[in-house]
Design a protein around this ligand. Structure first.
Ligand code: GLA
Length: 383
C-alpha cells in the first residue's frame, strides 16, 4: 500500500513524502446512540482505514489531495478557516483550524490521503480522517498533545466545524483501538478497559447495505436534541447529568416525567441499551458468545422500534441473519439510517453467507449489499 501511495505522491507533487500515517475505521459491537448520553460503548478499530502522506512546501499553502476524490483544494495559510461546501477536505481542514486555535502556526504542506473505508457507511470514515490528520500534524510538528487531547480536538471538528453533534466514541476507538481487542469505554468519565475480543469459532462480518447517508443531514442531530429533552424532564426530580446514569429500574420510577411518547421511546432505548452493554461486556469476558449475540439482536430491535434509526435496508440484513443458522447475533452499527450492520458469523461460512444474503437482499431491496470480513486492528499510528 505504502509504496503505491509514495508513487502517487511523487507524481502529484514532484517531491518525496517525508512522513506517513494510518488511522483505522471502527465498528461498534454494542452500545448505540449511547456516547452522547454518557454511557458505556464497546467499539473496536478495524483493519480498513485511511492513510496520509505529507511533505512540506515553501508556498505557504496547504494542498489537499486524495486518491479517492477528484476534488482537491489549495488553501493559503491563515489564522482560521471555515467549512466551505461538503467536500471531503473540510474534515482535515477543520483539524488545521482547531490546532491553530491552540496557537499553532501552520506552515506550507502537501498532503495526500487514501482510504479504503466505504464513505458514509457507518464505519467512521470521517472520524478516521480527523484523527489521522490530528495525529499526523501533532507528531510531525512535535505539538505535544496527548492522544486524548487529539481525540477531543477531532470531536470538536465534527461538532463545531462540520456541524454534527456526535459523541466521542468514533474518535476514541480510532485513536485507542488495539488489534484483537474491544474497548469498553465510559463516555462520561472517558475511562476505558481494553478487553480480549475472542470470538472463538466466530468472526465479525460487516455488511454494507449500500444505502449511504450524510449524517449531518439526517435525523442524528434530532435524536441528540430529543435525548436532551428527556434529560431535562427527568432533572425536574432527580439530580443526574446524563440519561445513562439511570438503570432501567430507576428510570421506571421517574419516566412519568416524560410526557411526550416519542421522547419516552428514545430515553427508554438509551437506558436499556446502556444496561445491555454491561451485560455484553460480562458475556464476552465469560466467553458466552450466544448471550452476546442475543444482546446484539435485542439492541437492533430497540434501535428499530424505540430509537427509530434503522430502516428497510438494515432490517433486511438483520432479518436474514436471524434466520441463518451460522449467525448468532447481528445488529446495525454506527448511527444507522443506512450504512453497515455487523454479524457474528461462524468461520468457514463466509462464501455461503455472502451468496445467500446477497440473493435475499437484492430481492427485497433491489440492489446488492457488500460483505467484508475485516480483522480488529490497531489504532492510529505512523507507518
Ligand atoms: C455516529 C457518531 C457516534 C455515535 C454513533 C451512534 O457514529 O459519530 O458518536 O453517536 O453514531 O452510536
Amino acid at each position: 500500500m505504502k509504496e503505491q501511495l509514495i508513487e502517487v505522491f511523487q507524481s502529484r507533487y514532484q517531491q518525496q513524502p517525508t512522513a506517513s500515517y494510518f488511522a483505522p475505521g471502527r465498528v461498534n459491537l454494542i452500545g448505540e446512540h449511547i456516547d452522547y448520553n454518557g454511557g458505556l460503548v464497546m467499539p473496536c478499530a478495524i483493519t480498513a482505514g485511511t492513510w496520509l502522506l505529507l511533505a512540506p512546501n515553501s508556498d505557504s499553502v496547504i494542498r489537499f489531495k486524495s486518491v479517492n476524490f477528484e476534488e482537491e483544494a489549495i488553501i493559503p495559510i491563515a489564522k482560521s478557516y471555515k467549512k466551505t461546501g461538503t467536500e471531503w477536505y473540510n474534515y482535515p481542514l477543520g483539524v488545521f483550524h482547531e490546532l491553530q486555535q491552540l496557537d499553532w502556526n501552520a506552515t506550507g504542506l502537501d498532503l495526500l490521503f487514501f482510504g479504503n473505508i466505504p464513505i458514509g457507511a457507518g464505519l467512521s470514515s470521517s472520524a478516521s480522517i480527523e484523527v489521522l490528520t490530528a495525529f499526523a500534524l501533532n507528531d510531525y510538528f512535535n505539538l505535544n498533545h496527548d492522544k486524548l487531547e487529539l481525540v477531543k480536538l477531532s470531536k470538536s471538528v465534527e461538532n463545531n466545524f462540520i456541524g454534527l453533534n456526535s459523541g466521542i466514541m468514533d474518535q476514541f476507538a480510532i485513536a485507542f483501538g488495539e488489534a484483537d481487542k474491544a474497548l469498553v469505554l465510559n463516555c462520561y468519565t472517558l475511562k476505558y478497559k481494553v478487553v480480549d475480543c475472542d470470538l472463538g469459532d466466530y468472526q465479525l462480518a460487516i455488511i454494507n447495505t449500500n444505502k449511504t447517508r450524510k449524517l449531518e443531514e439526517s435525523k442524528y442531530n434530532e435524536r441528540f436534541a430529543q435525548c436532551g429533552t428527556a434529560l431535562a424532564a427527568l432533572q425536574q426530580e432527580i439530580n443526574i447529568h446524563n440519561l445513562c446514569e439511570l438503570t432501567a429500574e430507576k428510570f421506571a420510577l421517574h419516566s412519568h416525567l416524560i410526557t411526550d411518547e416519542t421522547i419516552l421511546k428514545r430515553a427508554t432505548h438509551v437506558v436499556k441499551e446502556n444496561d445491555r452493554v454491561h451485560l455484553a461486556a460480562k458475556a464476552l469476558n465469560m466467553g458466552e458468545l450466544e448471550e452476546f449475540g442475543r444482546l446484539m439482536y435485542a439492541s437492533h430491535q430497540s434501535l428499530k422500534e424505540l430509537y427509530e434509526v434503522s430502516g428497510k435496508e438494515l432490517d433486511t440484513v438483520v432479518d436474514f441473519c436471524s434466520g441463518y443458522e451460522q449467525v448468532i447475533g447481528a445488529r446495525m452499527t454506527g448511527a444507522g439510517f443506512g450504512g453497515c450492520a455487523i454479524a457474528l458469523l461462524k468461520k468457514g461460512y463466509e462464501e455461503d453467507f455472502a451468496k445467500q444474503l446477497t440473493d435475499y437482499y437484492v430481492t427485497e431491496v433491489g440492489y446488492p449489499a457488500v460483505i467484508y470480513i475485516h480483522q480488529i486492528g490497531d489504532g492510529v499510528k505512523a507507518v
